[in-house]
Design a protein around this ligand. Sequence first.
Ligand code: HEM
Length: 427
Amino acid sequence: MKKDRVSSSYRGFIFHLHPPKVAAASIKFNRTFGMGGMALLLFTLQLITGLLLRFAYVPTPAEAYDSILFIDQEILFGGFIRNIHYWSGIFFVIVTFLHFIRVFYSQAIFVPRRINWIIGMGLLILAILSNFTGYLLPWDQLSYWAVTVATNMLTYIPLAGEWMLSVIRGGDDVGSATLLNFYNFHTGILPIAMVLLMVWHFWKVRKAKGVAIALNEEEERVSTNPHLLLKELTIGLMLLALIFIISALFNAPLQERANPAFSPNPAKAPWYFMGIQELLLHIHPFFAFIVLPLIFFTGLIWMPYAIKEGNQGTWFHSEKGKKLAIQAAWLSLLITPLIVLLEEYVLHFEVWLPSIPKFVSEGLVPMALLLTSFGIYLGILKKRYKPTITELIIALFTVFVVSYIVLTIIGIWFRGESMKLFWPWQI
Ligand code: HEM
């Protein structure tokens, strides 16, 4: 009798997440790659390990670093738990980003999934902020200066930037108020906001009758238990094993204690902001930090409202869309490093146009060149392939995403002292 109650409440829980039957096409691995579920598992791992770390961590500049040393060296399995927290945090950002890419390319962004697409973007931003606020907590040189560099970027926001910076830092510099702010966001506000958004997200997936499948896919339905649950269990266990192995082999970094008087050279932002830091080397901050991200995100929100011909569940919208996306990926893989090199060694608008304000020579001029190149590129695509507007946007999206990944890689591995370009193997 008792057993029956347990199994029925377990079934009740599962069937809140999934319907009793699902379309067979929707549970094929290559439909979602299980990425949403993986993100959920990684988030749960972070919650559990984070709660454990809280027992020993002290959020003050005087004690934070020592408390991390204590966790690493004195507590039984303390280092292992910290490693799991660190690695699942990195994987969480990567998997959430990949989930976002897969949702876009499988075109699951139109009604009835439109709102969920926007909720998802909120989750992506919260996932990054969550990682970023945790970055500062070890209070070592790496975390202190990465947060100093990244928060400095806020000053590029016109009018409100300086004010936002002092609110977030709780003063002029990164100090005890910043640490307390970050700690409260990291262990309270952001996880709660994410749990709320996730509940809404899952409810919306359920309301949309599960994952989007293409119109031409068969309607055959199978029972959730065991078909879907077994797959979820397998992916979940494999991911757990991977995180545990990595955490056993590689320690979360901890450099020397933070020293606000000594800035390392180069001082780099956390890896997921390196694309922006790299962009800032080439174009005026107003465009790198405000205009380009704004174009990207408003474009993605606007798309399912403006376009009615969504081909939901069909990868890349069509075969032509797929072809254009692959071409765009190759193009930006080649062109982005080329532009970085040109900009570093050849194009010096601020030197050539010394009497003109930097906003124009380093901002408007390169931006105009960039937009003109996009215009020409889209013009050529239109003439050669006669694509629909969706196929064009898919190509543009690919250019943006691949360029950002290339810029991130250059920023992390190819920038050395004073952020000059160098070959990593020449150290
Ligand atoms: C904390 C991060 C997130 C979690 C835990 C999560 C979880 C999930 C899960 C479990 C699904 C069901 C299908 C699947 O596994 O792919 C799903 C679907 C979906 N997610 Fe997420 N998600 C997250 C972030 C995002 C982001 C960043 C976006 C996009 C900006 C997004 C947009 C969507 C959409 C539109 C669907 C429906 C997809 C379809 O019908 O094919 N989610 N999500």
